[in-house]
Design a protein around this ligand. Structure first.
Ligand code: 6CS
Length: 317
């Protein structure tokens, strides 16, 4: 048997480490009866295209992120709101693992022929630029590359930026040619995609986390034996701490690599006061989200808020 697994990132990235560990474990536990073919770098289709592949079972497993599913399950944009998650990654991990908001979002995905098996973090989203972004005003007219999610466009527009969706693989050349002024991605991606080579500042506003979703096609899932399903779920459970540690380690080691290669890079950290100015502006992104998905949006937002509170209590106790 051959199982197909696609993801959008480079070899050695967080999604790739996840996929390769999954492959190793499936092949080992099935005694070689199952082979997992991993297609990295969006080889089979990037972003939104990759989501269609999973929905139509052209690939069996994939890692996507909420932005690429935003037009299919608009409610999922909850997870891309500015400042919606905790600053504590352990809290976020619990929210993504056991939270009730995620359970509800899982149901919405299932109704659209995608079964999420796991949600994990890939780090805080960092804004890169050629001038420091100390306040929202510094983003006036700033051509910022974001993923193709309407909410991301609304959210960064609220700061005054001029957000434009550009495919991941074209972002470097667009920065190099000054067709865009900046982009948003976790540190590990800024390093491996070499965005830092053509940018002067990394702005650590911690306004969003990058969330990965490990998904399976429902028709394929139903075709598996019970043992196979159990094996996949066991591996998925084990992968949670594996990938959490990797994203933690990459956040430091990849930043060090950037600093080593480009010591003159500016690293902008924010005081609470500075962040608050952004938070005030971010409210209109929430309004946009609630207008789009109505009552369901409000109830999901409330549930997520409760999930975060519960996780904060368990982490601090
Ligand atoms: O910005 C993007 O489009 C991408 N960023 C990451 C970290 N992973 C995949 C995604 O396509």
């Amino acid at each position: 048997k051959v199982w197909k697994f696609s993801h959008e990132e480079s070899v050695g990235s967080i999604q790739d480490m996840y996929a390769m560990k999954f492959k190793e474990q499936v092949e080992e536990r099935s005694n070689g009866e199952i082979r997992v073919d991993v297609y990295p770098v969006g080889q089979l289709g990037d972003g939104v295209g990759a989501v269609e592949l999973i929905r139509y079972n052209a690939v069996n497993f994939s890692i996507n992120n909420p932005a690429t599913v935003a037009t299919i399950v608009p409610e999922n944009q909850l997870l891309s709101l500015q400042f919606v998650f905790s600053d504590d990654m352990e809290v976020n991990r619990r929210v993504l693992n056991d939270g009730n908001a995620i359970k509800e979002i899982n149901e919405l995905y299932r109704a659209k022929d995608i079964i999420p098996l796991a949600w994990f973090q890939e780090g805080f989203q960092v804004i890169t630029s050629n001038h420091p972004i100390n306040k929202p005003d510094d983003m006036k007219g700033f051509k910022l590359r974001v993923m193709a999610s309407p909410l991301l466009i609304a959210s960064y527009s609220a700061y005054g930026a001029n957000p434009t969706p550009v495919p991941y693989m074209e972002t470097y050349s667009n920065l190099q040619l000054n067709m865009i002024d900046g982009q948003v991605n976790p540190v590990f991606a800024i390093e491996e995609m070499k965005f830092y080579e053509v940018q002067k500042c990394l702005n650590f506003l911690n306004q969003e986390i990058f969330v990965g979703t490990f998904c399976v096609n429902p028709v394929f899932w139903d075709s598996l034996t019970e043992e196979e399903q159990e094996m996949v779920l066991d591996i998925t459970n084990e992968l949670d701490s594996y990938i959490f540690d990797i994203q933690n380690e990459y956040a430091d080691s990849r930043l060090q690599k950037i600093i080593d290669n480009k010591p003159q890079i500016t690293l902008k950290e924010y005081t609470e006061e500075e962040r608050n100015v952004f938070k005030e502006k971010a409210v209109s992104g929430y309004d946009w989200y609630l207008n789009l998905v109505g009552e369901k949006g409000q109830s999901l937002l409330d549930v997520l808020g409760e999930d975060i509170k519960t996780a904060e209590q368990t982490v601090s106790s």
